[in-house]
Design a protein around this ligand. Sequence first.
Ligand code: GAL
Length: 677
Amino acid sequence: MHYGADYNPEQWPEEIWPDDVARMREAGVTMVSLGIFSWARIQPREGEFDFAWLDRVIDLLHEGGIAVDLATATASPPPWASAAYPEILPRDEDGSIFWPGSRQQFAPSSPVYRRLAGELVAAIAGRYAEHPAVVMWHVNNEYGCHLNFDYSDAARDAFRRWLRDRYAGIDELNAAWGTNFWSQRYSSFDEILPPRKAPYSRNPGQMLDFRRFTSDMLLECYLMEKELIRAAGATQPITTNFMGAFKPADYARWAEHVDLVSDDCYPDPNDPESFRAAAFQRDLVRSLKPDVPWLLMEQATNALNWRPTNAPKAPGQMAALSAQAIGRGADGILFFQWRQSRAGAEKFHSAMLPHAGTDTRTWREVVALGDALAALPELPAGARDARVAIVFDWENWWAVEASDHPQNGLDYLAVVQRWYRALHRRHVQVDLVPAARVGEGYDLVVAPLLYLLREADAAALTGFVEAGGHLVAGPFTDIVDEYDRFRDGGFLTQLRGILGVDVEDFGALVAPDAPAASPGERTAPFSGPFGAAVGTLLAEELRVTDASVEAFFTGGRLTGRPALTVRDTGRGSARYLATVPDEAGVQAVVDHVLAAAGVEPVVPELPADVEAMRRGDVLTVVNHGPERVSATVAGTDLVTGEAIDGIRLDPYDWRILRLPAAAATEPASGPEGAPGA
Ligand code: GAL
């Protein structure tokens, strides 16, 4: 178990450093991420490196037994870089420049930025590749976080290069982008621009490729640095910190290039449901690289600085969220940052060592968590515990939220997370995977809004159902190919066989958040074996060809038409849902399909605010709710070593248990005095 934080010693006089190391030891810190924003300090001028201070810090840490996750420092170029080479500055779609004075002001595709970054990385890696303190490499920082897109001339040139690689020729690009529409036909790659500000809707194929390109440019930067680190002879694992479901970077493609996934996660303490969003994020990053434990690279000990209101974490909440991460596959808990800054934009951001000192709740909780983590034995790696998967696909995310659709209010992540929450409330373990991976042993697969469906993915979903799996798909699914073009033959062209339905029309409903005065239907009530439910956003007109209708619309223009269909395949089943149910509606459908697929909770009958998650033979239970609960789980407490037979959890209390060999868990009870509530 790693435990630690970003460490920014350059913000402090050198006399403080020994105190830092002493305090780190007191807190049980095992590793720090060093030098993430140190470019200006390491390289004060082009061609001039100052490593003396970094040598001293690393040696000091090493003497103190603290390992180093060494950063490549390329995330924030120093002022001299853009003063000498203004072409490295990125631009927005209007052509406005992102100037220095903050961070991340670099155009990822700029050859000059890449040369400068490469020189820095080569120098750092060359110097520290064999330093015994360095156990991991931290490439850049949160690629794309602030600057989602760059439309600069560097991006223009790189976009043309990227398109030349992707398409056999300009005719193929024209066909893919459908440029016969609106006289957009290109006669040469040299005419193509990034989708800069334009009078009206831009070409959807171009927009989709620009998103792919953007993710690929950031990935190219990562790969360049990784190769330089390896070329210097470094053998330690290399990572770059992800941000969960971060739309601009297709982490499903990135994951194969990191030795381990590391992730930054900042749930909002003001949101009582944010622990569920955090659970989603942890399950997503675990699913990206399921065989290798991931690392929680950044979280906050307490309040942040960057939300409109930066509430403190409740007592115990920081440890509860840490236990959640471990339970969902993390092998380390790190924070931003070690010592609270005394200047700069983040001076109010909490840290392991608060500005208010060690006589603080934050410090006491930091020390207590360090003690607990130090007691944990090695936990199982690569356990596959989820019987349920939700399909999550970045390219589909980009395409389904493009403009000019029947319903322009679709929020892919929000809908996916609604399904996730319904499963989470039932204590069902879930993976989030691309459709290509649904054959990895799941009983139930949910594929909401899978608008862009590649042939291989359609084949994987079909194969899953044919092999006895239970699928729930729709609405607005199987509409376009990977270029965002309709396929011949209508909609659901690839899945209609397995689903036994066709979609005639999408039936957009007024979005729930539209102004109150907006005319039109807002909801589509429907009813089935799970009772009455409410659909939103879309109420599709289905033609049932080879399925039974499980639920019908009960109001509005589609009254009496199918809302949920099922095609039984013997062992498995394929359901199609014609609407986006609201929170309660998704819960009703989830309960129904969990029963149909025979999926059991990790621990039965826990209250919805209590989480239970498996990691092989390790069970983690966390109480995020406001009441004391008890649960009749048995095993060995991996922090205290005690044999456990039944637990009581106060708010934010948690246990990590090794289950007895039989791995049986008895039904638990809810809030005290209300068994099963
Ligand atoms: C992250 C970033 C850190 C720090 C932190 C504050 O996005 O990687 O450097 O700024 O947010 O919450």
